[in-house]
Every structure is written in structure tokens, then in C-alpha cells.
Design a protein around this ligand. Structure first.
Ligand code: NAG
Length: 368
């Protein structure tokens, strides 16, 4: 009798506990979200008005939970999106304040997107690097300052790190090369200085690395060429020195390479211009020298090649006329000389593509 009753009581207790647990977010997650909200001010859209009631998993704008555990899994707040709350307001988002370290209590968090709010300042809470499940960290388009947390490399599941368009300074932490899962690294338009970690090549999953418009110095690490999946590399508008590692020319899926506006010297690697997968190449505004390698052919297909503002010498290789396609070509402001090749890839190009060289001639310039 007593045993049956006890069993019944304990079964009911277990059921109740389970039911409570799966019906609402834990009070501690709710408290962490409210502390995060308290450090921000969003005056125009009222997105945080939805953050009320005890269940932060239901109808809290931008918050979603794991359906089984009811733990907060994603926070996605985008100031520029096609979301009705933003479309109907007829203006893009704006927020001031900072990102509260209270978020670090959400230890099941996988996605943190607080993007394009223009005026969120303060630093990236360094404790974010201890969130074991974080896959996406996207804080683009704010006014975040301070440094990238030194132990960011602990985030072994991180696939997207986007801190572009902020005011982040300091170095790229060397631990970044431990981000085994990283696919997209976007740090463009900040104040990041120092060198690119020489072991960057360990980021074997990376397909996009955008580091333009910073204050990076030192060489392009040759290990970068080991990143098999790298398709888009942008290091433009920094102060990078040294020559372009020849190995970059044999990267299998590289399709966009922007190294413009740096202090690069030496010759253009032959393999780079021979790489038939490369579609967009911008090396303009550097101190590259030597001749243009004569490696073009029927597989050459460039949407854009910009080699302007360098110290290139010699003539334009005739083989460039056998290219399959050249959309935009800029060889201006070099020391090239001799006849401009003729043929279909050249017919649409204007004089500005060849201007300010030593002695180029032929269409579209003066006759030779
Ligand atoms: C190449 O880079 C230069 C300098 O940053 C820029 O002005 C130019 O528009 C770029 N060229 C192309 C084809 O995008």
C-alpha cells in the first residue's frame, strides 16, 4: 500500500518537474537576457517590449530556445533586415549601450547576432570565449572597441566570427588559429594592428577571410596557401609588406584575391595569373615590380584584374589576347611599354586601363 503510494507520489513529482522544465525557459536564462537588455537602449522600434512574461522562449523578439531543454540557444538581433518590425518602422535599427557579460551565463548559446545597430559601444565580453557551444558570433556594424578576447581560440565549434565595421583594436589573438571549425572570418574595417598569425594556415575549414581596412603589418603568411577551402581572401587597405607568397597561386578554389593598397613588393607570382579559378584579382596600389608573366591562355577568365599603381615593367604579354574573358583590366600607372595586344578580350577596354605607363601604344592609345 505504502509502497504504491510512494511510487505514485514520486512519479507525479518527476512528471511535474519534467513538465515544468520543458514548458518555460529557466529563470536564470531569463535573468541573463534581462540583464543583457538592461545594458542596451533601443529607442525607435521597441523590440525589447516583447521581452516580458516569464517564458523567454515564447515571443521574445530574436530569442529562440532548444525545444527540448528550453535553454536559450539563439539571440539574433539585426538592425538591418527585412523583418516586418524593421520594414514597418521605415528605418533601420539603432541602439546604444553595450553587450553585457551576463550573456556568458547562457551556456547553451549557439548563435549570438547583434548586428548593424550602429552605436553599440563598449568591449566584447571576454567571457564569451567560454561559451562551449557558440557557433556564430556576429557583431558587425556597431561601435565596439577594445580587443578580440585573447582566448577566442577556445571556441572549438565557432564557424562564423564577424566583427567587421567596428572600432576593434589590438592584435589578432594568436589563439585564433585554434578555431578548428571556423569558416568565415570577417574583421574588416576596424583598427586591428600587428601581424597576421603565421599559423593561420591551420584554419582548414575557412572559406572566407576578410581583413581589409585595418592596420595590419608584416608579411602574408605563406601557410595561408594551405587552406584548401579558401575562396575569398581580402587583405586590402592595410600595411602589409613583403612579397606575395608563390604558393597562393596554386590554391585550388581561390576565386577572389584583394591585396590592393598595401606595401607589397617583389614580383607577381606566375601561378597567380595562371590560376584559372581566380576571377577577381586586385593588386593595385602596391610596389610590385618585374614583368607580367606570360602565362595567359584559353582558360584565363577574369571578371576583374587590377594591377594599377605598381612598378610593373616590360610589355603586356601577347598571350593575354587568347584569354577566354577579361571583364575589367587596369594596368594604368605602371612602367609598361610596347604594343597593346589586340583581340576580343581587349576590344572593349578604354584608354584609362592603360594610362600613365612609360610607352604603351596601339588601340585604345595612340598608334605605335
Ligand atoms: C582595386 O583596388 C583599388 C584600391 O583599393 C580600388 O580603387 C579599385 O576600384 C579596385 N579595383 C577593382 C576592379 O575593384
Amino acid at each position: 500500500m505504502g509502497l504504491t503510494r510512494n511510487l505514485l507520489v514520486s512519479t507525479v513529482t518527476v512528471l511535474l518537474t519534467v513538465t515544468l522544465a520543458v514548458n518555460a525557459c529557466p529563470p536564470s536564462d531569463r535573468a541573463a537576457l534581462l540583464a543583457f537588455r538592461a545594458a542596451l537602449n533601443e529607442p525607435y522600434l521597441g523590440i525589447f517590449n516583447t521581452w516580458s512574461g516569464s517564458d523567454c522562449c515564447t515571443n521574445w523578439y530574436g530569442v529562440s530556445c532548444d525545444p527540448e531543454t528550453k535553454r536559450v540557444a539563439d539571440i539574433i538581433l539585426r538592425g538591418e533586415s527585412e523583418d516586418p518590425i524593421i520594414e514597418n518602422a521605415g528605418r533601420s535599427g539603432y541602439m546604444t549601450g553595450s553587450i553585457s557579460p551576463s550573456l556568458c551565463q547562457l551556456d547553451r548559446l549557439t548563435t549570438l547576432v547583434v548586428a548593424d545597430w550602429k552605436d553599440i559601444s563598449g568591449e566584447i565580453p571576454s567571457c564569451l570565449s567560454s561559451l562551449p557551444n557558440l557557433r556564430i558570433l556576429d557583431l558587425i556594424g556597431n561601435k565596439i572597441s577594445g580587443q578580440i578576447p585573447a582566448d577566442i581560440g577556445q571556441l572549438s565549434k565557432l564557424t562564423v566570427l564577424n566583427l567587421a565595421d567596428n572600432q576593434i583594436s589590438g592584435l589578432i589573438p594568436s589563439s585564433i588559429v585554434n578555431l578548428n571549425s571556423l569558416m568565415h572570418l570577417e574583421l574588416s574595417n576596424n583598427k586591428i594592428s600587428g601581424e597576421i598569425p603565421s599559423e593561420i594556415g591551420k584554419l582548414s575549414m575557412m572559406s572566407r577571410a576578410l581583413l581589409s581596412r585595418n592596420q595590419l603589418t608584416g608579411p602574408i603568411p605563406s601557410s595561408i596557401a594551405n587552406i584548401y577551402r579558401l575562396a575569398d581572401l581580402d587583405l586590402s587597405m592595410n600595411q602589409i609588406t613583403g612579397s606575395i607568397p608563390a604558393q597562393i597561386g596554386s590554391m585550388p578554389v581561390l576565386s577572389t584575391l584583394n591585396l590592393d593598397n598595401n606595401l607589397l613588393s617583389g614580383e607577381i607570382p606566375t601561378g597567380l595569373l595562371a590560376n584559372s579559378g581566380l576571377n577577381i584579382l586586385n593588386l593595385s596600389h602596391n610596389s610590385l615590380e618585374g614583368n607580367l608573366p606570360d602565362v595567359f591562355g584559353s582558360k584565363t577568365y577574369f571578371t576583374a584584374i587590377d594591377l594599377s599603381y605598381n612598378n610593373l615593367r616590360g610589355s603586356i604579354p601577347k598571350s593575354l589576347s587568347s584569354a577566354k574573358y577579361i571583364g575589367h583590366l587596369d594596368l594604368s600607372h605602371n612602367h609598361l611599354c610596347g604594343p597593346i595586344p589586340t583581340g576580343s578580350p581587349f576590344d572593349h577596354l578604354e584608354a584609362s586601363s592603360f594610362a600613365n605607363n612609360d610607352c604603351l601604344c596601339g588601340m585604345p592609345l595612340r598608334t605605335c
